[in-house]
Design a protein around this ligand. Structure first.
Ligand code: ADP
Ligand code: MG
Length: 542
């Protein structure tokens, strides 16, 4: 029994590690200074918050269907058998008398310090519509929630840590978006339309074009946040007059730059997420547009459940890409963030089924294992002098032609449209890493050709550039090896499916969680054409 449990645990850890590797986190880690060991696991923490009765009349005549047992556990009536109750245990349980400060101090404040270590953190409010997610995250002027409290503390912390004379200079920026009907909308710039979610060459999830505002005080934060909140898509349903119709995501980035050698830089990202509620359309009275919205909300939450299950079961494919929400949360679930899920539940009987399903989701989520690591690199100017920038090498028109619009965004190691410092603008490493590999190869060959013809002119590429290109080529080759190994794994799956009389649905199906650049290079990898081919190659292997 115990052995089975530990095998299960081991399997989950391996799945989390392979998900992190496939999502690029593994490669990312390799680029960190001094990161030689695998980061230790950190389980997703789960807290449940039961809100009080809110309509005043209920309570006496309608006793609550949920009861807190202690600071970590609760019980709820079992609808299958009224003599029994279902018991749940979490990292924390906050009863109806708990205050905003209790939740913040108990579950959120402890993870903020990780941001100053250059690590990522996420707080997600989950639960049915009307159960208190927005109250928990945003609150009111009288009872401020997690967002204002976290921002206040974080700004205070960064002011202290980044003060003159301290080793690191710190800056904070914010972005605010909503996912509405599978569209990513910038709440700080509503005119920008649907934005795309991408993964850069280091495995970071990013949204090119998303506004990013520097904030140095709480007043700065409010100046951007309050009008943006009014842009959030809300509508009235029978359950909740201002029911949130979208997932709202506040992203706060803490950037640190070391003032003295070795001039390291760190970036920590904090996601504060107020999810839209899962709804039963018979009860909400949703019709027309509201019904369509509800479908999109339920789909993304359904995929969220599938992601959690895939991670827990150690499945080879985690369906992050099946919805915008899960794609964005790739880092928070099974990725590199310190994550806390706050499941909000309501005491009224009419919420009973939604409450049970929220508790079950919360119970599954606490099995998910993340592997947070410090996102640290050298500041661009600390990488040594390089005479020519890529722009100088190619000239603007050529540089633009050399890469398609997609690669320009995918390859960009800087996730958002940040106001770049002078040193960032000139960074040769950034330019090289965003350059099309084919173009790099051509430059290298041209350089060799000129050298072989005894050209007296300056080489096209200075020595550090050449070294980096050779390094990048090695990485490319390693990627191909990984891809070939993954191909083999896929064909094994085909073989198993075909033995069971099943087959893969699409001929060229590939896991969408593969790094994009691996998927793009598919044409130059020898294709295995299915189970028969694999059976043959297995037969031939020694
Ligand atoms: P959700 O965002 O999950 O749809 P809300 O946060 O909008 O739900 O909460 C629904 C109603 O319940 C709001 O009027 C809110 O003020 C109230 N409410 C929620 N949680 C609490 C709480 N812990 N204490 C007091 N009122 C609450
Ligand atoms: Mg809400």
């Amino acid at each position: 029994m115990a052995a089975g449990g530990s095998t299960q645990q081991r399997r989950r850890e391996m799945a989390a590690a392979s998900a992190a590797a496939i999502s690029g986190a593994g490669r990312c880690r390799l680029s960190k200074i001094g990161a030689t060991r695998r980061p230790p696991p950190a389980r997703v923490r789960v807290a449940v918050r039961l809100r009080p009765f809110v309509d005043g009349t209920a309570g006496a005549s309608d006793p609550p269907c949920v009861r807190g047992m202690d600071s970590c556990s609760l019980e709820i009536a079992n609808w299958r058998n009224h003599q029994e109750t279902l018991k749940y245990q979490f990292d924390a349980f906050y009863g109806e008398r708990s205050t905003q400060q209790d939740i913040y101090a108990g579950s959120v404040q402890p993870i903020l310090r990780h941001l100053l270590e250059g690590q990522n953190a996420s707080v997600l409010a989950y639960g049915p519509t009307g159960a208190g997610k927005t109250h928990t995250m945003l609150g009111s002027p009288e009872q401020p929630g997690v967002i204002p409290r976290a921002l206040m503390d974080l700004l205070q912390l960064t002011r202290e840590e980044g003060a003159e004379g301290r080793p690191w200079a710190l800056s904070v920026t914010m972005s605010y978006l909503e996912i509405y009907q599978e569209k990513v909308l910038d709440l700080l710039d509503p005119a920008s339309g649907d934005l795309v979610i991408r993964e850069d060459c280091r495995g970071n999830i990013l949204i090119p074009g998303l506004s990013q505002k520097p904030i140095s005080s709480f007043a700065d934060f409010e100046r951007h946040f309050l009008p943006a909140s009014r842009n959030r898509t809300v509508g009235a349903t029978r359950l909740n007059q201002r029911s949130s119709r979208s997932h709202a995501v506040l992203l706060v980035k803490v950037d640190q730059r070391e003032r003295l050698a070795p001039f390291r830089q760190r970036e920590g990202k904090l996601y504060l997420i107020d999810l839209a509620g899962s709804e039963d359309n018979r009860r909400t009275g949703n019709k027309g547009l509201r019904l369509k919205e509800s479908g999109a909300i339920n789909t993304s939450l359904f995929v969220l459940g599938k992601v959690v299950d895939a991670l827990n079961q150690g499945l080879p494919r985690v369906p992050y890409r099946d919805s915008k929400l899960t794609r964005l949360l790739q880092d928070s679930l099974g990725g590199s963030a310190h994550s806390i899920l706050i499941a909000n539940i309501a005491p009224e009987r009419r919420f009973y089924l939604d409450t049970v399903s929220a508790l079950n989701f919360a119970a599954r989520s606490k099995e998910v294992i993340n592997r947070p690591f410090t996102n640290e690199s050298l500041q661009p100017h600390a990488l040594g002098p390089v005479k020519l920038s890529q722009k100088e090498l190619l000239g603007p028109p050529e540089a633009k032609r050399a890469r398609g619009p997609e690669e320009e965004e995918i390859g960009s190691p800087e996730p958002m449209a940040a106001p770049a410092s002078a040193s960032q603008k000139l960074s040769p490493l950034q330019k090289l890493s965003s350059m099309d590999p084919a173009m790099l190869e051509r430059l290298l060959s041209l350089d060799r050709l000129l050298a072989s013809q005894g050209s007296q002119g300056a080489p096209l590429l200075s020595t550090p550039k050449r070294e980096r290109m050779v390094l990048m080529k090695t990485v490319e080759e390693k990627d191909l090896e990984i891809e070939a190994a993954l191909e083999l794994g896929l064909d094994h799956i085909s073989l198993i499916l075909s033995n069971r009389g099943l087959r893969r649905s699409k001929k060229n199906w590939r896991p969408r969680c593969w790094p994009r650049r691996l998927r793009k290079r598919r044409t130059i990898v020898p294709q295995c054409s299915g189970p028969f081919h694999i059976a043959q190659s297995q037969g031939q292997s020694p």
